[in-house]
Design a protein around this ligand. Structure first.
Ligand code: HEC
Length: 320
């Protein structure tokens, strides 16, 4: 009897594990090839990449996403991508001033006649927000709210790797197909994804029969987005692809921006750079913290050795 119960529990456990597996979940995010330079106890940002990442944010992402916790001056602070030791106060840094001035903002304080006028930003201003409020942001994005990106690498499991994987994870363009179907006597336009052509999914393979995923209107499939694809999958539901749908379509295409340092702007490069920029934005003091951490470890190590020898010295005449 007892054995039977144990067996039953084991079978139930396995069945649950099987269900969890069938549900699939999202694909696990991964770092770019070669990993991130800022990981590990001595890790530091690749500042050239963070600089390029700012360009990607500014030219691509900032038309939808705010970064309210950042001011332009942060870019020129020690540990920031445009820090210049000649200008310890980033408000004086002409490069940071020029970067800020590229953005037209509504002045947070009124002028002499009580009006809030548009003016170029200064280093002291917060990053320009693309929309005046949440309602406007949703209205422009089919009801979805583009999240503020100030601390997005802290807010999502997988951090920079998640941002990188999400941006590069959309299906290849030739796996999308437009279809026109008749539904209840009405003509419906659909975008479907032919999962057999989606090579980036790697180990995932649609098993039997047709393997199309229907994208809901104004939604885009991404294997790294948390969600469930089963209701939209035309194929064996047990082999529904991982991931879910989100209201943000693919944003990066090769050459979408031009880097001033001459780096070729491939999708992979831009995703890597903007993810590293966002990692910096969410944790700008990483360098200082790692340096203090290292110094503390070395100090403690030397202290341990000194204490060991003084202990030997002090107790040397005592039997113990
Ligand atoms: C055209 C507008 C638009 C642009 C441009 C855009 N996004 Fe988005 N983004 C959105 C919207 C809308 C959402 C919310 C999607 C949802 O919740 O369904 C979103 C969501 C996200 C998310 C969160 C996904 C999640 O896990 O909830 C990240 C991260 C993100 N965007 C990063 C970026 C980056 C980085 C760029 C620049 C390369 C960028 N976005 C450009 C509209 C945009």
């Amino acid at each position: 009897m007892k054995n039977f119960r144990i067996l039953a529990a084991a079978v139930a456990g396995l069945a649950f594990a099987g269900l969890a597996h069938a549900a699939g979940g999202a694909k696990h995010p991964h770092a770019p090839e070669g990993g991130w330079p800022f990981e590990g106890p001595t890790g530091q940002y690749d500042m050239a990449s963070v600089q390029r990442g700012y360009a990607v944010y500014k030219q691509v992402c900032s038309s939808c996403h705010s970064m309210k916790l950042l001011s332009y001056r942060n870019l020129g602070e020690e540990g920031g991508p445009f820090y210049d030791p000649a200008y310890p106060n980033p408000n004086d840094n002409p490069y940071v001033k020029a970067l800020a001035a590229e953005n037209e903002i509504v002045s947070p304080t009124p002028n002499d006649t009580g009006e809030f006028e548009l003016r170029p930003a200064t280093p002291a201003d917060a990053f320009r927000s693309p929309f005046p409020n949440e309602a406007a942001a949703r209205a422009a994005n089919g009801g979805a709210l583009p999240p503020d990106l100030s601390v997005i690498t802290k807010a999502r499991h997988g951090g920079a790797s998640y941002v990188y994987s999400l941006l590069t994870g959309y299906p290849e363009f030739d796996s999308y197909e437009d279809r026109i179907i008749e539904e209840n006597g009405e003509t419906v336009y659909q975008t479907v994804i032919d999962m057999a052509k989606f090579e980036k999914l790697g180990e995932y393979k649609p098993h039997h029969g047709p393997a199309y995923l229907i994208q809901p209107a104004a939604q885009y499939y991404n294997p790294y987005m948390a969600g469930d694809t089963k209701p939209n999958y035309l194929g064996d539901p047990r082999h529904a692809p991982p991931g879910g749908f989100l209201a943000m379509g693919p944003q990066l295409t090769d050459g979408r921006i031009e880097y001033t340092d001459g780096t070729p702007a491939t999708v992979d490069q831009m995703a890597k750079d903007v993810a590293q920029f966002l990692a910096w934005a969410g944790d700008p003091k990483l360098k200082a913290r790692n340096e203090v951490g290292m110094a503390t470890m070395i100090y403690l190590f030397i202290l341990t050795i000194l204490l060991w020898f003084s202990y030997k010295q002090i107790w040397r005449k005592v039997e113990h």
